[in-house]
Design a protein. Structure first.
Length: 278
């Protein structure tokens, strides 16, 4: 069984839950940016939580089934040519599923019963856009192999999710280089705007610059997902799914792991704020 990619959309990659444990080799975790939406899509088709699925940026994807296939679409709110978000969809041989442009949020997830069965690299089928590991980005005409169907069947036909907030607020804990800034609490009082230059590596933010108290060079040090690194411009970059394992700019704060799914749905031009984690 295969899924044919009729149109790849704006940017579509194969993702799973990533390849943790290789940071010492310079290999990041990668994997789905919105892990909650990713897991839900797999659960809706009866897959294990980490089965490989498609991450679709802004929509636009069109798939054609070669046989009877069960899929589910979660994440950003987008119109579908058949079925609805957050529930199983049956595609008949030759039938197409089209994702329209996302109306809110940034990333959709398309899981297929059996998972996308591309060869794993370092134990993962995730596409790492920075490290150039895993399968290449999805292109028109590509035939995506589907693995064997799992023994279990989906047990729900709809899993409603709350709408994404219009004004997201992300929780942060102090970073290791907070004292490198003259007024680090300005991070918490500033409304930032998501830059169009953002990607899976980092979410670039525009707004007032954070002034440095120290200007000496910082040796590269380990970074984790959610690190808010501040380059010489003074405007933070939120490290996300495909971030480098080390960085040479001071980290003023770190976004809570539980809030990274929300960060993954931030659209260019959208505003975002930070508050202390309790």
């Amino acid at each position: 069984m295969k899924l044919e990619v009729v149109r790849p959309g704006f940017a579509t990659t194969v993702q799973d839950l990533g390849r943790p444990g290789h940071a010492a080799l310079g290999v990041g975790r990668s994997g789905a940016a919105d892990r909650g939406s990713f897991r839900l899509a797999n659960r809706l088709v009866g897959n294990p939580a980490g089965a490989a699925a498609l991450e679709v940026t802004l929509g636009g994807l069109v798939l054609r089934a070669s046989a009877v296939t069960t899929v589910a679409v979660t994440g950003a709110r987008c119109p579908l040519s058949k079925g609805g978000l957050n529930g199983p969809i049956t595609l008949w041989p030759g039938e197409e599923l089209a994702l329209g442009t996302a109306e809110s949020g940034l990333r959709c997830y398309v899981a297929v019963r059996g998972g996308i069965d591309v060869p794993p690299v370092l134990g993962s089928r995730a596409t790492d856009t920075l490290g150039k590991l895993g399968p290449p980005p999805v292109t028109a005409g590509m035939l995506l192999p589907i693995g064997p169907a799992p023994a279990v069947f989906p047990v729900v036909d709809l899993a409603p999710r709350a709408a994404l907030p219009a004004e997201p607020v992300l929780r942060v804990t102090p970073g290791p280089r907070r004292d490198w800034f003259t007024a680090p609490d300005e991070l918490l009082s500033t409304v930032y705007t998501v830059s169009p230059d953002s990607d899976r590596v980092g979410i670039r933010l525009t707004g007032p610059a954070l002034a440095r108290a120290r200007h000496d060079e910082l040796p590269s040090e380990a970074c984790v997902p959610g690190s808010l690194q501040v380059p010489p411009s003074g405007r933070p970059i939120l490290f996300h799914a495909d971030h480098p394992t080390t960085g040479g700019y001071p980290v003023i704060a770190v976004v809570e792991e539980d809030d990274l799914d929300l960060a993954a749905q931030l659209r260019p031009g959208q505003t975002v704020r930070f508050r202390p984690a309790s």
